[in-house]
Design a protein around this ligand. Sequence first.
Ligand SMILES: [Zn+2]
Length: 502
Amino acid sequence: MPDFCARGTLHKPSVPTWSALVYYSRTRSIKRSRLVYDMAAEQNPYMTERTGRRRGAHFAPQPTPAPEPPKKRRLKRILVILLALVLLAAGGCFVGWRVLGHGEALPGVSEILSRLGIGGRTVAIALDGEEVRIPVDSTVQEVFDLQQPAVTPGDLLSVSGGVLGEGKGEAFAAVLDGREVPFAEAGSTIVPEGATLSFSDGADITEDYTSETVTTSTPKLVRQVSEGTVESDLMQTGTVQYIYQWGKQGSKEVRTGSVSGETADGEVVEGQDCIIMCQDIRPDDDEKLVALTFDDGPTTYTEQYLQILDRYDVKATFNLIGEQVEDHAEAVRATCAADNQVASHGWNHPNLITLGEDDLRAQLTDTFDVIKRAADYDTSTIRAPYGIIDIDVWLRSGGRMSLSVCWTHDSEDWKLPGVDTIVSNCTGTMAPGSVILMHDGGGDRDQNLEALPRIIEAWQAAGYRFVTVEELMASDSSIPSECAATYRPMPEDATWPTEKAE
Ligand SMILES: [Zn+2]
């Protein structure tokens, strides 16, 4: 029998009670409490040895669960929290591995859901010849990230082509339903259900660079005479002179790499000379075409000429003196309205070779402008007064004119030689491509009014058809078709030469 009092916590009971045992069990070890229990059983004949249940109906011990001490509860809470944290971390690692396990940029929402196996419908596509399923509305980039096809990325190159970074070019090249997908659009191009998609090696990319343009050549003015055209000392060589080729400045782009600092040539523009072609007009297949031209108008005679032309269903070309246009604007409008061609004959009929650059350009543009204002008609064609023009006039023109028209038959009507002479001057040696010169102003033109119907009838009787100069040039396929146009402004990328070729 142990001495309880020796512990100083419990008085020895004469008969141990449950409450005493419970209290004891709280403060002592299990072993010791069992000892106490045995002791109690020994003294209480109603208790069984182990259960503590009394062998009678009235005393059944009902031990209430003892509340745990506060220290133990805290420990338990800490353990639960720790366990929850461990589970949370493990879950986070799992999600991270599934979502970002490919080591590339963040995937889209549907891709995340798909990788987690929650939600996200999938569709079948043919990838490099094999059917695979991908999340619906995946982009080309997402399919690449998901499927990781075995392709080699391109390299990052310097401006001069050296490798600056292996594999730092485009990651892949993709062909979606037969169409190449630009790499920059791979992240926004949706792969539809049933699509055919294939990946191949990525392209190289070139480092960023700055560029400057360096002039490599300047155009010169070149005069050419077409085959079969005879040089003339008296007037312009060739029935027509026109800009066969516009001049262009040669240049090259010099690129300086922002990473490498290297320099390399970029875009190269080949320069070309400006070519003035002097050419007689020869209609294809010797088609019987002839052109009537009237200089020095508009005047009071213009309307009368138009009536005669209309009577014979003939189109002609009128070369106007700029300073007369405003006074006869109605005649100019009627001329254009009847589908005749209109050109400049200078502002006040100067000899072009005597003019300096500024005066020449003013004579040209002022006349073109006044015609435009009067009849809304665009032209860059001239007839040089007196038919005198040379390559220096072309050089000084600055590209304001594109075509100069001369003649093959001079009526010499200004001499007032009589109707018969005018008719014979205009009808001798008929040939396809002929251009007849008559005058619409500069004096009394009554002889012309009488001669003109006879001239038209003579040519028509020989099987000829009267056309404008533009149509006449268009009938000669050796003349580029764009060169036949009445109006040809200098293209923006052209450069007018400042000197003649040697
Ligand atoms: Zn004239």
